[in-house]
Design a protein around this ligand. Structure first.
Ligand code: PMP
Length: 294
């Protein structure tokens, strides 16, 4: 992820990643009390552009608010600093990871101070380019009554790590997680869509993470005149679908080939998901969809 020459952004300065330190006496490391984001920059015909930068930094601020982690930075300044960070690291297409973490405090009280760090590195599509074999995990999504699951809070990703690592151990590529009511919610770090009879379905917000890519897919459906229905999906719905795909900033749009060994019959290239995938690839490279900051 980094070398001796890599810069990160830390509380307003650009510092060498290898020389920067975080507090060992802070709640973030001990309790997972931190909030983060994942963005992508693309090398477009018009230069380097961060996709949906405003939306991501807005969600970062909301995630901090949800857990009472102080957030005092100006969004536009953070976006401009991220572009500068890319330039300092000679990155064109990159994954970008802002993280807000607490200052020194070992109590279980809300943090009174916080830090912001932004890192960036080259990262291909997180789940690769091949159709996925997924399983239905025994690990459930975190309970929304225990944690604000709409917020991108570090601690809840322990559950994602458990689900993914168990899936990989069992020979799958990724895991689908159930919510507390037994409906299929999403994958460990991607939202889920299924296609049935020329319509797309995705679980409604509430028990799923409000993905920015999920929102983009819904908007693309409208453009493509595809009916999109937000409804709770049972395991039987997933298995009876014509096709399915996952989406997220890191993974972009990626088709599912099999669920628990049951293969979808539809040829992926002919699915609505594949049309959305092509549209998404074009969209991220179109200048007008970006905030041009500098
Ligand atoms: N679900 C979870 C749990 C996630 O962490 C992410 C990625 N941040 C997503 C879904 C996809 O969200 P987005 O499209 O905003 O990247």
């Amino acid at each position: 992820y980094y070398s001796q020459e890599t810069y990160i952004y830390l509380n307003g300065d650009f510092v060498k990643a290898a020389e920067a330190g975080a507090d060992f006496f802070g709640q973030s490391l001990h309790y997972g009390y931190a909030a983060f984001e994942g963005l992508r920059a693309y090398s477009t015909h018009h230069g380097i552009r961060i996709f949906k930068a405003e939306e991501h930094f807005d969600r970062l601020e909301k995630s901090c608010e949800a857990i009472n982690l102080p957030f005092s930075w100006d969004r536009q300044l953070l976006i401009a600093s991220t572009y500068e960070l890319l330039s300092k690291n000679n990155l064109r297409a990159a994954y970008i990871r802002p993280l807000v973490f607490s200052g020194p405090n070992m109590h279980l009280t809300a943090a009174s101070s916080s830090n912001i760090m932004i890192a960036a590195w080259e990262w291909g599509p997180y789940l690769g380019q091949n159709l996925l074999r997924v399983c239905i995990s025994d690990v459930e999504r975190p309970n929304p009554k225990s944690l604000p699951i709409d917020a991108k809070v570090s601690g809840q990703y322990v559950s994602s790590i458990l689900a993914t690592s168990d899936a990989i151990k069992r020979g799958f590529d990724e895991a689908l997680l159930l919510d507390q009511e037994g409906y299929i919610a999403q994958a460990s770090s991607e939202n889920l869509f299924i296609e049935k009879d020329f319509k797309l379905y995705t679980p409604p917000l509430g028990n799923v993470f409000p993905g920015i890519t999920r929102q983009t897919v819904i908007a693309l459906c409208k453009e493509l005149n595809v009916d999109i229905v937000e409804k709770k999906l049972t395991v039987a719905d997933i298995l009876a679908a014509d096709s399915a795909f996952l989406c997220g900033t890191a993974s972009e749009i990626i088709g599912i080939k099999e669920v628990d060994g049951m293969a979808y019959e539809e040829d992926w290239e002919h699915t609505i998901g594949a049309s959305i995938q092509r549209k998404y690839k074009k969209l991220v490279l179109e200048e007008e969809n970006y905030e041009v900051i500098i």
